[in-house]
Design a protein around this ligand. Structure first.
Ligand code: SF4
Ligand code: SF4
Ligand code: SF4
Length: 271
């Protein structure tokens, strides 16, 4: 289990601990004014501050790496970070939370300029706060079945799932992302800091079943699958794998499964 499970899981995975979605935890670490002002500044922060950090990193790479990167990472862990979860865990969350709303995706607004609705607000009903914030006010309420159907459709289409805190450990969002995600770009493409933690699982490919079609390589956007020409099969680079499980949906040979990260000593502590 990761550090967040140890601190906030009460014996479970921290995102399975339903109190982390509750009003009680929200009020322990947050306030309505604080969340409203965070949401109001979110678009600008993704659009302007990320670009600024990127410029700083280019100008002063060593200083950035030694000072800004760890500072930003530490700050994100306290305020707003995500952890990748597979479809099964996402469905369990949707089954156990009281409120589900679908929201416009702020990252895709920044990266594509279009309004796409891939984010879920889950748990405590935050709509009284969101209704006053322009980027978040156009929410739609979904039933559990509607939300699960939609998330399965997104999974089949190659979107990973992740839970997000708004002042840790309060969890307020279940996101569904692809390469247009600003968190992915911030962390994987621009290498500006860590905002997204690896999941509790890693993928494994059964070589007996793998036909070497390479569809999983095209699907994985964490560069975690390699093709070996010698045996014409794919295998998972466990160190890169985030355990999202979206590669499974494209494998017609049913060769990919998820294993608990802690069962594999080489990556048990790699988040
Ligand atoms: S984390 Fe994913 S779903 Fe959430 S706002 Fe960003 S791209 Fe959209
Ligand atoms: S999609 Fe499945 S069969 Fe195709 S290369 Fe990947 S693991 Fe092998
Ligand atoms: S190999 Fe790992 S990171 Fe890549 S799609 Fe599969 S589960 Fe996700």
């Amino acid at each position: 289990m990761c550090e967040f499970c140890t601190q906030h899981g009460e014996g479970k995975k921290w995102y399975e601990n339903i109190t982390n979605y509750s009003e009680e935890v929200f009020h322990q670490v947050n306030s309505e004014e604080n969340l409203r002002s965070f949401l109001e500044g979110f678009y600008r922060s993704l659009k302007v501050d990320v670009e600024k950090a990127h410029r700083w990193k280019k100008r002063f790479p060593r200083i950035y790496r030694l000072i800004a990167y760890p500072l930003l990472t530490r700050q994100q862990k306290k305020t707003h970070f995500g952890q990748i979860i597979p479809l099964e865990d996402a469905e369990n969350i949707l089954d156990s939370t009281a409120t589900i709303v679908r929201l416009p995706c702020i990252c895709r607004k920044v990266t594509t300029g279009k309004e796409k609705r891939y984010c879920f607000g889950v748990g405590m009903d935050l709509t009284p706060i969101m209704k006053d914030v322009p980027d978040f006010s156009e929410f739609e309420r979904l039933s559990k079945e509607e939300a699960k159907e939609f998330i399965r459709h997104l999974d089949a289409g190659g979107n990973t799932h992740s839970v997000w805190t708004f002042n840790t450990p309060f969890i307020g969002a279940l996101c569904n992302c692809d390469r247009d995600c600003m968190a992915w770009r911030f962390q994987m493409k621009m290498d500006l800091g860590r905002v997204m933690w690896k999941g509790e699982y890693v993928a494994e490919i059964d070589p007996e079943r793998c036909s070497g079609c390479r569809e999983c390589i095209r699907r994985c956007y964490f560069r975690a699958i390699n093709y070996d020409r010698r045996n014409a099969k794919c295998s998972v680079n466990l160190r890169n794998c985030y355990g999202c499980g979206i590669c499974r949906a494209v494998c017609k040979d049913d060769a990919i499964t998820l294993r608990d990260r802690t069962e594999i000593p080489a990556v048990a502590d790699l988040w």
